[in-house]
Design a protein around this ligand. Structure first.
Ligand SMILES: [Zn+2]
Length: 266
């Protein structure tokens, strides 16, 4: 036997370890379609600091790894599955209000337009988000993050877009930034001021776009976006026929990259 790898933390009795490496030694093909997962059954993992230093079969652990022998540095996975953290690339993490009653309404035959006319739809969430304090929004976001983590999500993209005015959009982004610091899930914020046209501008979409470009976005960014809007194509899908109109900016990948780059808010 060669020299053992030194580890300070071990997880053993892993029922299935998804290595995502199809040529991982000891991995099995698994069910059809699972070949790429590189599944090692009855597996173990060993860490040094925050780095993974060894993975393999449970039965090879003692012969390959020199490390802790007792709790809490050794964790019995109880036959569970271990897999890389999931990345959720589209979430709305920070908002107030809830709309499950609309689901019941729609099942009962109401159209989205009727629900919207009755004060429901996205405008109800926007109204609740605008009046909520940062503490209330943070508490709601925190609860959602715990659920994400319980389901294996370790990185998520969080869109704003339920404020739709400068102060409320900034409030959402501040809360997302604070949440990022206080818990383990990695949060990547996206400004989505063009989520929809807010109710007060429903008959004056251009003014809202001016506000978006001229006020909400930092000067240089707004200028770039304005150029893209002028030279590219801007269209509102569905428009008046569909109240959930989504503003879309149609342009080439280069312009998109140029526009998106400075919009990242960390
Ligand atoms: Zn969405």
């Amino acid at each position: 036997m060669g020299t053992k790898i030194h580890a300070d933390r071990v997880i053993w009795n892993v029922g299935q370890l998804l290595t995502m490496n199809p040529s991982q030694p000891g991995s099995e093909a698994g069910l059809p379609g699972q070949a790429g997962l590189g599944i090692v059954t009855r597996a173990a993992l060993a860490f040094k600091g925050d780095r993974l230093v060894w993975i393999g079969k449970d039965r090879d652990l003692a012969g390959s790894v020199e490390g802790p022998a007792a709790e809490p540095q050794t964790l019995d996975a109880g036959g569970r599955v271990a897999l890389p953290g999931l990345v959720d690339c589209h979430t709305h993490l920070v908002f107030a209000g809830s709309r499950p009653q609309e689901f019941a309404g729609r099942l009962a035959g109401s159209s989205y337009e009727e629900i919207l006319a009755a004060g429901g739809g996205i405008h109800s969430t926007v109204a609740a988000t605008r009046t909520a304090s940062e503490e209330q929004l943070a508490a709601l976001g925190r609860r959602r993050l715990r659920l994400f983590l319980e389901h294996g999500v370790t990185t998520l993209e969080a869109k704003s877009g339920y404020g739709l005015d400068t102060a409320s959009e900034l409030k959402i982004l501040r809360v997302a930034k604070a949440l990022k610091r206080e818990q383990p899930v990695e949060i990547v914020s996206t400004f989505l001021g063009a989520h929809t046209v807010p109710r007060e501008y429903s008959k004056d979409r251009d003014t809202y776009l001016d506000l978006l470009i001229g006020e909400m976005l930092p000067g240089g960014v707004g200028g770039v976006l304005r150029r893209v809007l002028r030279t590219g194509r801007l269209h509102a899908r569905g428009g008046t026929a569909h109240p959930r109109a989504r503003l879309e900016i149609g342009h080439g990948p280069q312009a998109a990259r140029r526009t998106a780059q400075p919009l990242r808010i960390d």
